[in-house]
Design a binder for this molecule. Structure first.
Ligand code: ATP
Ligand code: MG
Length: 631
């Protein structure tokens, strides 16, 4: 069957299509109803079915591949490397589950996981799934205030954490931040489990804090059976990246997620049981949930969990793992590739990468120079895929497991099965059916399995935020601009709030960024719209320069600024020319590597930059403040 037919069936023959996909996992009780969309937009999948994510990710494989690798833990920070077979993973997870139970955790209780990238974080997530507890993983890079607000939102019975993480060889203590967060939060969890890596001293609060290893010792050979859950029960909550504002708490189900991920491993990620998957993300993000932990394990693969930078001990570290563990599918983000692009490409040639079928990239637009560089350096297909925390798995990409299809540079691909993707006019809501028309990317319900159920504890916010922004239509808005070519490939043009209006011309900041990036000396750039009395708005660019050796004085900077403006003039026309191009050493980004354009814009307009809890490096915004102050 060709992909077009596969996709058509997924929408027109929805129940039959997903009933077939549902057979990819084990059910204790098979579903009675495949899709219940009687109360839109709250779609329920595999109603009446009972299953368990941990059973499908771990126990199910014990018979056929108990001794095969399941979790490959590698830390280039502490130089640890350990391979857990499915059988070992099974016993570690049961041990963790037993400890959670001993702390009173049961079905539906929340467990907040604030951990560095260590194997225990994976055990904790799977243990929650096993006993039906709802995990709420908070990215380890967050500090006390963000952590406290998430503790209050999740109201966990137990918090799982560690003494410290490590980044670039420097110990980053977690426990003091956790203590401060617990002091700030209104909700107080009953107990805190701490994994002691012996990296930093910990002050233990008696009665509340417990050393995980000590408790785990009491459960050496424990059996903790999987709790069979309703398909529509909650598996976890997770926050969006906070690129466009206050992060939203995404709530996900059990059965739909298990089916969606298992199917995606087969149709999209080309993963087979017994092979190795390597996602360079962090468990604190949705990619980490779906494609470090659950997806690969559901597929019976070995999954690499990596703690460390892509450049330490050198820029070949990832590729050495690909060679050593014969990685077949790898998943990373454009931001990481840009980091590697600044390093010596010889590191890519040093290793045997012949096992690799493809490198999947997601999280932000994949610009052509980055895509071409990595495709040429790797000599392997690069597969862009577009999705969101909300969707849990790709919305747009190419499903090479169904039909081999080439990617097009600049396009993440076509709508995935189960997704009825449309482009609509932002203010009239009219569907844009022709090619090359620019509109908002929306999804017509019912949403597919794996998609968020609702905003955690806030059904009204789910409806009001996502389903009410397009006039006259109840559709899910991605809040991204897109365009579709005549072959049905989509191109993401940026966020709907990243459009600027210069003297009546509507311009995507993303298009201007693409153009500026094509200047050979620009490594990275952010363009924002800034209020202007004359023109309404003007574009202002902040760029990171590759080779700064020539930029010694103002005159040199002005010269480069002029060159960059000329590139935009030539490619897009003078209307798109930024009013200013300023040079910085680093751009403000979220901790997941996304440009914080709204914060830059606010600073340029002299406004309060708003929620900055997810910013990676606050000095980046300071540089922009300083530049703006000097004009
Ligand atoms: P928030 O919703 O809190 O503002 P966020 O949207 O950055 O944060 P995520 O769910 O991590 O949170 O990111 C999803 C967004 O990332 C998409 O809506 C899109 O803007 C962008 N994105 C993801 N993958 C791609 C891709 N392959 N190409 C272009 N953009 C992408
Ligand atoms: Mg978003």
């Amino acid at each position: 069957m060709g992909y077009a037919e596969f996709h058509r069936r997924s929408l027109e023959d929805r129940d039959a299509f997903w009933a077939e996909q549902a057979k990819l996992i084990d059910w204790e009780t098979p579903p009675q109803q495949i899709c219940d969309n009687s109360n839109p937009p709250f779609t329920r999948w595999f109603v009446g079915g009972r299953t368990n994510l941990c059973h499908n990710a771990v126990d199910r494989h014990l018979g056929a591949r108990g001794e095969q690798p399941a979790l490959i833990y590698v830390s280039s920070e502490t130089n640890e490397e350990r391979v857990y077979s499915y059988r070992e993973l099974h016993s570690e997870v049961q041990r963790f589950a037993a400890v959670l139970k001993s702390q009173g955790v049961g079905k539906g209780d929340r467990v907040l996981i604030y951990m560095p990238m260590i194997a225990e974080a994976a055990f904790a997530m799977l243990a929650c799934a096993r006993i039906g507890a709802v995990h709420a993983v908070v990215f380890g890079g967050f500090a006390s205030v963000s952590l406290a607000s998430r503790i209050d939102d999740a109201t966990p019975k137990v918090v799982v954490s560690a003494d410290a993480g490590s980044r670039g060889g420097k110990v980053v203590p977690y426990k003091p931040l956790l203590d401060e967060a617990l002091r700030l939060s209104n909700h107080k969890p009953g107990s805190v489990l701490l994994v002691d890596r012996k990296l930093a001293p910990m002050e233990m609060t008696a009665g509340r804090d417990h050393d995980y290893a000590t408790l785990a010792d009491r459960h050496q050979r424990t059996t903790v059976e999987c709790e069979w859950l309703e398909s529509t029960d909650i598996s976890y909550t997770l926050y969006t990246s906070g690129t466009t504002g206050k992060p939203k708490g995404v709530q996900r189900d059990v059965g739909g997620y298990a089916v969606a991920l298992t199917a995606s491993m087969k149709h999209i990620f080309l993963g087979n049981a017994g092979e190795t998957y390597f996602s360079t993300s962090d468990i604190g993000w949705v990619v980490g949930h779906s494609y470090i932990i659950y997806g690969p394990l559901l597929a019976g693969m070995a999954t690499i969990m990596y703690e460390g930078l892509p450049t330490r001990p050198d820029a070949g570290v990832w590729w050495s793992l690909v060679e050593k563990y014969k990685v077949t599918s790898m998943f990373s983000a454009p931001t990481a590739v840009r980091v590697l692009k600044k390093q010596d490409p010889a590191f890519l040639k040093k290793y045997d990468l012949s096992s690799l079928r493809a490198l999947f990239l997601a999280g932000e637009p994949l610009d052509e120079p980055t895509a071409k560089w990595i495709a040429e350096s790797l000599g392997r297909p690069i597969i862009d895929n577009y999705w969101q925390t909300e969707s849990g798995w790709p919305i747009l990409t190419v499903a090479n497991g169904v039909e081999k299809k080439a990617s097009k540079f600049g396009s993440p691909g076509v709508p995935m099965y189960g997704y009825d993707v449309k482009l609509v006019h932002e203010s009239t809501g009219e569907e844009l059916k022709g090619p090359d028309q620019k509109g908002v990317v929306v999804i017509e319900g019912p949403t597919p399995p794996g998609f968020m159920q609702t905003v955690w504890r806030d059904d009204a916010r789910y409806v009001n935020t996502y389903w009410s922004s397009i006039p006259g239509r109840q559709v899910y808005s991605t809040f991204d601009w897109g365009i579709r070519d005549q072959d049905g490939y989509y191109y993401i043009l940026g966020r709907t709030d990243d459009v600027i209006n210069v003297a009546g011309h509507r311009l995507g900041t993303r298009e201007i960024e693409e153009s500026i990036s094509s200047h050979p000396n620009i490594a990275e750039v952010a363009v924002v719209g800034v209020a202007d009395q004359l023109k309404g708005q003007v574009a202002v660019a902040f760029a990171v320069v590759k080779d700064t050796s020539g930029l010694t004085d103002e005159a040199a900077k002005l010269k480069l600024e002029g060159e960059v403006m000329k590139v935009v003039d030539e490619q897009l026309g003078a209307v798109a020319r930024p009013a200013r191009v300023r040079f910085v050493t680093v751009l403000p980004k979220t901790r997941s590597g996304k440009l914080l354009r709204r914060a830059i814009q606010a600073v340029c307009e002299g406004r309060d930059p708003g929620d900055l809890t997810t910013i990676e490096d606050p000095t980046a915004l300071q540089q922009i403040k300083d530049l703006v102050a000097t004009r």
